[in-house]
Design a protein around this ligand. Structure first.
Ligand SMILES: [Zn+2]
Length: 306
């Protein structure tokens, strides 16, 4: 049996798994992301050895999704606000030391979009934009059935588009980026402000309070949702995609966030474009990244590395 491995590195977790030719997940797991780059590659080597021995060396290709701005020409992450230990690191030589099958690298959000496009909520669509909203915002774009990587591979950084010029400072150096205004941390800090309290609560607790009619929690979701709506309207007016797929931990409180987001997006985009765009939740959840990486490896095995 031919199988393919996918890896999805995040600032907190490394998710990985293997799929068969049909895209069925045969095995997957999640481990913590080490803080040092040397430890990270040692971990990848250990994981690789384990899955190779479990699957009797049937792995034909692998995909590795890394967070941050990926330079496709140099096959490096040049800036990763959420995982700075890999900035500038020579990824290919480090992986070649222990991986003997063809492998492919890209930004993890691009692979997540590819996964949803091939095997999830985007199946059948010719154009879609994926937003994964958690501690940051990852974006991947499929246009005319192709992953849009941009001229140099840097496309899909909607998380760092300004939605509030006077907003909070972002780790990218800008201010008021979509990901500073729409994130789990922003829900927490916004709730503190509305409540005029220093008690730091988990985002899940704030969602529970919204469900119980807590006014400050409802105001929080209204504000954060409005900024998400600005982001959605930018996508809709710029690309007129068939679908926008929303995933990530923050979407667990989508029930509270989305009404304000939809209202704002509708107000700010062309009606015809808004009406023909389906905005849905993702289907593959936090597995989209590694599934997409593995599917990309499967689909590009016969092509030169891009
Ligand atoms: Zn930013």
């Amino acid at each position: 049996m031919e199988i393919y491995a996918g890896f999805d590195l995040g600032g907190t977790y490394l998710k990985y798994g293997v799929i068969d030719t049909q895209g069925r997940v045969l095995q997957d797991d999640t481990v913590n992301t080490p803080e040092e780059v040397e430890e990270l590659f040692l971990l990848l080597e250990t994981v690789w050895d384990n899955i190779q021995s479990l699957h009797h060396s049937n792995i034909k290709a692998a995909g590795f999704g890394f967070p941050g701005i990926f330079n496709a020409r140099e096959q490096r992450i040049i800036q990763s606000p959420n995982c700075p230990q890999i900035d500038g690191h020579a990824l290919v030589p480090s992986l070649e030391k222990f991986i003997s099958v063809p492998f492919f690298l890209d930004n993890e959000a691009n692979f997540a979009a590819y996964g949803e496009y091939k095997a999830g909520a985007g199946k059948g669509a010719q154009s879609l934009v994926l937003l994964t909203i958690g501690t940051g915002i990852g974006t991947g774009i499929i246009l005319s059935g192709q992953l849009w990587q941009g001229a140099c591979g840097f496309a899909g950084e909607l998380g760092h588009v300004t939605v509030n010029p006077t907003g909070e400072k972002c780790s990218c150096g800008n201010r008021g980026c979509l990901e500073t205004e729409v994130s789990s941390q922003k829900i927490v800090s916004c709730y503190e402000q509305y409540r005029e309290s220093k008690e730091e609560l988990a985002a899940e607790e704030i969602a529970r309070r919204a469900a119980n009619g807590d006014e400050a929690a409802l105001q929080t979701y209204s504000q954060v949702g409005s900024y998400l709506g600005i982001g959605l309207s930018i996508i809709i007016n710029l690309l007129n995609p068939e679908k926008i797929l929303l995933g990530g931990g923050v979407m667990e409180s989508g029930e509270w966030l989305l009404p304000a987001a939809f209202e704002e997006a509708k107000r700010r985009s062309f009606t015809a474009s808004y009406n023909c765009c389906l905005i849905e939740q993702t289907q593959l959840g936090n597995k989209a990244g590694f599934i997409g990486a593995a599917l990309w490896a499967r689909d590009h095995l016969t092509k030169p590395r891009s």
